[in-house]
Design a protein around this ligand. Structure first.
Ligand code: NAP
Ligand code: MG
Length: 495
């Protein structure tokens, strides 16, 4: 159990996977290069990890292609594929301690979150798609009486999943679940900050009975390993989660190689709208604080812009500031910590740069506004609330990916919606209101893939997740995600 474990002791003893996992086993990289993996909780070097280059990626693609063409997975009886994926999910849960610890060491998130959240949600996701395998049907189209026409879904072949570091296991699982369930072979490229759990997944898949080559894991740098996957002529599809900037590269890679399919889950600048008729400011304050401070704000759908009606502004801000006290940064390996470190020194500096920009532009920091826990050597930023923000300021326009809330005051629903939609992003948004009519009006007006009414960050595997506008296209989660990893085939039988 979480609280019975001496996590610091476990941390100094745990084995850190650091070699690529290709064709069913750990191998030495062909590149011979490495990159450093640092524990952001105290800044110490954990290990050097193999940095895969084009040749390593090519080796993984060949293995994945061979597995796909052989049919060991792609043509396996669906019931058997389901059994193996369910076993994979079970093994993720059985290795909960180790996976949670590896995740916290990589990214500095609180061990309680990794243990109770990330590991469990990754396992649930794999299991959900395993269960779906033999419950999704093809179609029979209404064609002429003397024809029978089937509409079938077939796997694409070799899928590369390129994922970020904020929820490494979940983001990987959102791709692996539907891609593997539909019979593809997969190459997983974790973010350089978070290779451990991805590599461990490769090992657990084999233990679950997945044939070698069906899941390969290539740790490496984005502009080398990620780019090599994007440009590879024998990769059929990219499932990407990350920044809008890199998402644009993948569109270019696809266009300059083989028109590989792409699904893009990108950044956001999600609005939290609080209307004058909000009838539960305490609930709103709790949702808004968690929506920007959970996971240190390193969340694609973080509610980073608070768009609040002047009528309730002061009482709401007092409540949010009180809620923020729950998110004082602490030791990630302490089970009571609710906010850990930023993922890296680089990310901390990026966030501090945005805090400077907010100050320069004339916004006023109500709480926070700087680095804390310097003495640990780790990379911690205090929960920060900026009041007096205009929607044209840098901190209202750019994705900060840190615990920084920008407060923009408005009057009435119409102005709130205009400000909310004045962004290049469209991932998610929320409205807090006691009026059914305003709730519906706001939900319709919001240009975003996910809208929450009187709640925030609710999710379920049964519900699609993804963005409008420059937050990307294609959906993770739900049966819709399976569309991304399959092609439709129409088969006409003349009688
Ligand atoms: P990122 O820099 O875009 O990186 C994402 C992945 O792409 C990493 O594996 C990265 O590898 C790789 N990459 C980087 N540069 C590349 C290049 N030139 N060519 C090919 N691949 C490249 O994003 P991040 O910093 O890891 O994560 C934060 C971003 O992810 C935020 O913008 C956030 O909004 C977004 N995000 C979106 C969602 C969603 O579902 N919409 C969920 C989570 C996060 P390296 O790490 O080695 O650079
Ligand atoms: Mg990056």
């Amino acid at each position: 159990m979480l609280h019975d474990i001496d996590w610091h002791a476990r941390a100094s003893a745990v084995a850190l996977p650091n070699r690529p996992f290709i064709d069913g086993r750990y191998v030495d990289s062909l590149s011979g290069e490495t990159f450093a993996c640092v524990y952001p909780g105290d800044g110490r070097l954990l290990t050097d990890v193999a940095s895969c280059n084009e040749r390593d990626v090519d080796r993984a693609v060949q293995s994945a292609r061979a597995a796909f063409e052989s049919g060991v997975w792609s043509r396996m009886n669906p019931a058997d594929r389901r059994r193996i994926l369910l076993r994979f999910a079970e093994l993720i849960l059985q290795n909960r301690e180790e996976l949670a610890l590896l995740e916290t060491l990589n990214v500095g998130k609180p061990i309680a979150n990794a243990y109770n959240g990330d590991v469990v949600s990754a396992a649930n996701c794999i299991a959900w798609y395993a269960e779906a395998i033999d419950k999704v049907y093809g179609e029979v189209a209404a064609t002429a009486h003397d024809m029978t026409t089937l509409v079938l879904r077939e796997p694409l072949g070799v899928v590369a999943a390129v994922v970020p570091w904020n929820y490494p296991m979940s983001m990987a699982a959102w791709k692996l679940g539907p891609a593997l369930a539909t019979g593809n072979s997969v190459i997983l490229k974790p973010a350089e900050q978070s290779p451990f759990t991805a590599l461990k997944f490769g090992e657990l898949a084999i233990e679950a009975g997945m044939p070698a080559g069906v899941l390969n894991v290539v740790p490496g740098l984005g502009h080398i390993a990620g780019k090599a996957l994007g440009l590879h002529m024998d990769v059929d599809c990219i499932g990407f989660t990350g920044s809008t900037e890199v998402g644009k590269y993948f569109m270019q890679y696809s266009g300059s190689s083989n028109i590989k399919r792409i699904g893009l889950e990108l950044g956001g600048k999600s609005p939290q709208i609080v209307l004058a008729d909000c009838d539960d400011l305490d609930a709103a304050a709790a949702g808004i604080a968690a929506g920007i401070f959970a996971n240190t704000g390193q969340v694609c759908n973080a509610g980073s812009r608070l768009i609040v009606d002047e009528a309730v502004r002061d009482s709401l801000l007092d409540r949010i500031a009180a809620q923020a006290l729950n998110f004082a940064p602490g030791d990630p390996l302490d089970t009571s910590t609710r906010m850990g470190s930023m993922v890296s020194q680089e990310q901390m500096e990026r966030v501090l740069g945005y805090i400077d920009a907010g100050q320069r532009d004339g916004a006023k920091a109500l709480i926070g506004g700087g680095r804390v826990r310097n003495e640990t050597g780790g990379f911690y930023v205090a929960p920060t609330i900026f009041d007096g923000v205009r929607n044209d300021m840098t901190i209202a326009r750019e994705e900060i990916f840190g615990p920084v809330l920008s407060v923009i005051s408005v009057r009435g629903l119409d102005e709130a919606m205009t400000v909310a939609n004045d962004t290049v992003y469209g991932l998610a948004g929320a409205v807090w209101t006691g009026s059914l009519r305003n709730a519906h009006r706001a939900a319709k007006a919001m240009r975003a893939g996910v809208v929450w009414v009187n709640c925030f960050d609710r999710g379920s595997l049964a519900v699609p997740f993804g963005g409008f506008k420059q937050s990307g296209f294609g959906r993770d989660k739900s049966l819709h995600a399976m569309d991304k990893y399959t092609d439709l085939k129409a088969v006409w039988f003349a009688h």
